[in-house]
Write a protein that binds this ligand. Structure first.
Ligand SMILES: [Zn+2]
Ligand SMILES: [Zn+2]
Length: 132
């Protein structure tokens, strides 16, 4: 994005800006200018933050799915990872692109826990009903 003349870098106040960060909209000078893998112009601060799809939400989803397939102890770990990922996205520390994956993992994991709890209650109830 071209920059209006007279704009300066917020970090180097005497240096004229050459670009606008495409993530936060701050002016960026030649020294602060960074390019993401996909060629997007970023400021130094945004470049330091993770971009693209996070591996954490993918891992969370994989753990929850493994839980579905019988590896039940992995489900709470997947839920915790998904929750951490969603918090990180809220704080702007993780890329929003992975939000859907994290939400899926969290939803699936919680459903699994609920189903497991129901099953347990059902089993206990059945045993009590049969006179233990
Ligand atoms: Zn920025
Ligand atoms: Zn600068």
């Amino acid at each position: 994005m071209p920059v209006a003349t007279g704009a300066t870098c917020p970090v180097h106040v005497a240096v004229p800006a050459v670009e606008v960060c495409e993530r936060c909209g701050r002016f960026v000078c030649g020294e602060c200018l960074q390019f993401a893998q996909d060629g997007v112009a970023l400021c130094t601060a945004c470049f330091a933050k993770p971009h693209g799809r996070s591996t954490r939400s993918g891992l969370a989803l994989a753990l929850v799915l493994a839980g579905c397939l019988g590896c039940v102890p992995l489900t709470p770990i997947g839920i915790a990872l998904a929750w951490l990922e969603l918090r990180a996205i809220e704080r702007g520390e993780a890329a929003a692109a992975s939000k859907a994956g994290a939400q899926w993992a969290l939803g699936l994991g919680l459903m699994q826990l609920a189903a497991g709890a129901l099953l347990l209650v059902g089993l206990v109830g059945f045993r009590l009903w049969n006179g233990g």
